[in-house]
Design a protein around this ligand. Sequence first.
Ligand code: NAD
Ligand code: UFG
Length: 365
Amino acid sequence: MRTYLCFINYAVFCIYLNLSPKWLGVFLKNILVTGGAGFIGSHTVLCLLNGGFNVSVVDNLCNSSFESITRVESISKKTVVRHCIDITDDVALANLFQSGSFDVVVHFAGLKAVGESVSKPVEYYNSNVYGTLCLLRQMIDFDVKKLVFSSSATVYGEDAPTPYVETLPRGVTVNPYASSKAMSERLFEDFCIAQPDMSVSLLRYFNPIGAHSSGLIGENPLGVPNNLMPFMAQVAAGTRERLSVFGGDYPTPDGTCRRDYLHVMDLADGHVKALASLETPGCKVFNFGTGNPHSVLEMIHAFESVTGCVIPYDIVGRRNGDLAEFWADPTKAKNELDWVATRSVEEMIIDTWNWQILNPKGYEI
Ligand code: NAD
Ligand code: UFG
């Protein structure tokens, strides 16, 4: 009778939360988000808070500010614990793990500009690989066994056939950023072999763009943006004069590179869903993309038609290290995580533009 009543209560609770029972296994836990003040991190923190998780953020603020977290708190009406710590600082990290009790780590912290990584390899390997090692060491010492990692489509290397599918081996990486992600993936795989009760999900992002629909949080590149969408938004806003389209002679339908752009809120939702994959031990890999590539020219024309702005552009030489085209096969994330990117390119552009207009100087007030 008692078991029966427990089951009824459990089912009612599930319906109340609009969650499937498997979700309850990961509900209401303490999550440590490294790099949580950044672009993808801040949107994910919002989704985690909305999912009922308690969130602590650690970030050294080298490419962000805690203003993003203040805004996340104002959207969610929930609080986030902040720690301004560099993940390569072993002592500070140990104190943090000592003071909190974390069930899961979602690891975003790292440097992310492909071009910059070529001129600053030491900084990239230090933050991305050594930082990951420091984090893992504390997880071992404090018995934290679950982690979600921000990996990248760049680990497929330059010769992989498209669409990229998780069964492909990691390819030859051609810049320190991509190599640092491939090394970190390998580190987690080896670690999961040594510690069979550890669970890690490696999420290979394609091209996240967009912003939260409130316009309160978004991408806040410091200096000249490296990525297409923030650069285009700044041209539309008049902050920059013209967009350079890197290469018009690629073997693609219109000669410009094609990428798999996905909305950052879809990606953030995906992290919450990925928590369910941590219920079984081992190291898993998931592509996070839409499966639909768009060329640079298609993105410019979509931006113009959605916003009514004109984007002056010049087709210039190719950018070093760019691949002609790649996109995801997102089937595995759909089948195993029940995750599908639902937002259209138009929504990505509307939300980017809304964020740009409302925050012409990013988080600078
Ligand atoms: P971001 O720069 O906005 O966020 C990264 C955050 O990590 C920043 O807040 C930064 O201050 C922090 N950080 C960097 N080094 C740190 C350190 N040593 N200690 C503590 N904090 C540190 O970048 P993002 O776009 O949000 O990317 C998040 C993660 O996703 C990164 O690991 C990135 O490589 C990965 N990723 C991003 C993309 C993309 O297109 N944005 C694509 C694939 C993978
Ligand atoms: N591009 C331009 N002009 C610009 C900026 C970009 O034409 O001013 C082009 C690039 O040549 C490329 C496309 O727009 O063809 C997309 O470039 P992004 O810099 O926006 O994105 P990338 O595909 O080069 O790389 C991004 C992230 C990486 C991540 C990768 C994974 O920056 O961190 O996606 O797919 F690893």
